[in-house]
Design a protein around this ligand. Structure first.
Ligand code: AMP
Length: 191
C-alpha cells in the first residue's frame, strides 16, 4: 500500500488534529491546511472575512460554508499542495464535503483517506481547558467548548458515514501519548 498523501483529518475539537497534522507535515513534506488557522489569521488582520467570522467563531458556531469553501479552494490550488495535503478542520459539514469533492475533481485530484481520530468527551474537555490556559484562544472556555462539541456531533460527525460510504475512513485511537498516537497514524496511513 502506498502512503496516503491526500488526507482529511476528522475528529472532535481537541482530538489532536492540529498537533498530529504538524507531525505529518514534517514526515510527509505536504502542507497542513487548517481553515481554523486561516480564519484566525483573517480575524487578526481585520479583513472582511475576518470581520464576518469573528462573532461566529467566538460563539463556537460554524462559519458559513460559502466563506470556508472559498478559502479552502484558494489554498488547495496553491503550488505546495500539488503533491498532497492534510486538511485539518475542513470539511465540517456535508455541504463542505461535497464542495471539496467538486474542487478536487476540478484540480484532477482525489482523496486517499479520511483519518478519524477518536477520543472520549471528558478527555477533549480537559485538553481544551488546558490549551485555553496556554494559548488563550477566545473560543477555549467551557461554555464554548461544549457548544463546539455539540456542533461537531450534529454537523461534522455525520461526515464519517459520508466517507465510510466511499471506503475512505481509517480510524485511529487518539487517547494516550502523542508519540503513540503518531505511530498509530503512521500505520494507518500506510507507513
Ligand atoms: P478550529 O481551529 O479548526 O477548531 O476552528 C476554530 C473555529 O473556526 C471553529 O469553531 C469555527 O467557528 C471556525 N471554522 C474552522 N474551520 C471551519 C469549517 N470548515 N467550517 C466552518 N467553520 C470553521
Amino acid at each position: 500500500m502506498s502512503v496516503a498523501t491526500h488526507i482529511v483529518l476528522l475528529g472532535a475539537p481537541g482530538a489532536g488534529k492540529g498537533t498530529q497534522a504538524a507531525r505529518l507535515v514534517e514526515r510527509l513534506g505536504i502542507p497542513q491546511i487548517s481553515t481554523g488557522d486561516m480564519l484566525r489569521a483573517a480575524v487578526a488582520a481585520g479583513t472582511e472575512v475576518g470581520q464576518r467570522a469573528k462573532a461566529v467563531m467566538d460563539a463556537g458556531q460554524l462559519v458559513s460554508d460559502e466563506i470556508v469553501v472559498a478559502i479552502a479552494e484558494e489554498r488547495l490550488a496553491q503550488d505546495d499542495a500539488r503533491k498532497g495535503f492534510i486538511l485539518d478542520g475542513f470539511p465540517r459539514t456535508t455541504g463542505q464535503a461535497e464542495a471539496l469533492d467538486g474542487m478536487l475533481e476540478r484540480l484532477g485530484k482525489s482523496l486517499d483517506c479520511c483519518l478519524a481520530i477518536t477520543v472520549v468527551d471528558e478527555e477533549v474537555i480537559a485538553r481544551l481547558l488546558k490549551r485555553a490556559e496556554i494559548e488563550g484562544r477566545a473560543d477555549d472556555n467551557e461554555e464554548t467548548i461544549r457548544e463546539r462539541m455539540k456542533v461537531y456531533r450534529e454537523q461534522t460527525a455525520p461526515l464519517l458515514d459520508y466517507y465510510r460510504a466511499k471506503g475512505l475512513v481509517r480510524e485511529v485511537d487518539g487517547m494516550g501519548e502523542l508519540d503513540a498516537v503518531a505511530e498509530r497514524i503512521r500505520e494507518a496511513l500506510g507507513g
